[in-house]
Design a protein. Structure first.
Length: 139
């Protein structure tokens, strides 16, 4: 596998829809959240931007997966606004690929994160997940 050079960047952009709002996330009627861009969706957008930096360097059957996310969601974004996450590759930390990600909307910065990703064999990861859950169910 080749590796991106430090400073390599990629972006991901999303127009916030109703399913991207924190108010769309409740599991029960007692879970109440504001009708603004959900932190969970912000993290997903940041992961996508970071994965896009690594994507050209992956071999067949490989994917990158998020391992660590240290995120600050600093400002609300309403439905209909566009959020852009810009990921910048910082370098390697052992087997992990380290990123700084800044997200913004028309009003400015809405969040930032340090994010680490690993390169995995997609088939092995899926098989491992199934084995782990199946083994747990038989105990």
């Amino acid at each position: 596998m080749s590796e991106p050079i430090p400073g390599a960047t990629a972006t991901a952009e999303l127009t916030v829809g109703s399913s991207d709002l924190a108010s769309a996330l409740p599991l029960t009627s007692s879970d109440a959240f504001a009708a603004v861009f959900a932190t969970a969706r912000l993290v997903a957008l940041m992961e996508i931007a970071s994965a896009r930096v690594l994507q050209p360097h992956l071999a067949a059957g490989e994917l990158s997966v998020g391992v660590v996310v240290n995120v600050t969601h600093s400002a609300p974004t309403p439905e209909g606004s566009t959020v852009t996450a810009a990921a910048r590759y910082l370098g390697r930390d052992g087997k992990l690929f380290d990123f700084e990600v800044i997200a913004s909307d028309a009003g400015g910065e809405v969040g930032r994160a340090r994010h680490k990703r690993a390169i995995i064999d997609a088939g092995r990861l899926q098989a491992s997940a199934v084995r782990r859950v199946t083994a747990s169910a038989t105990r």
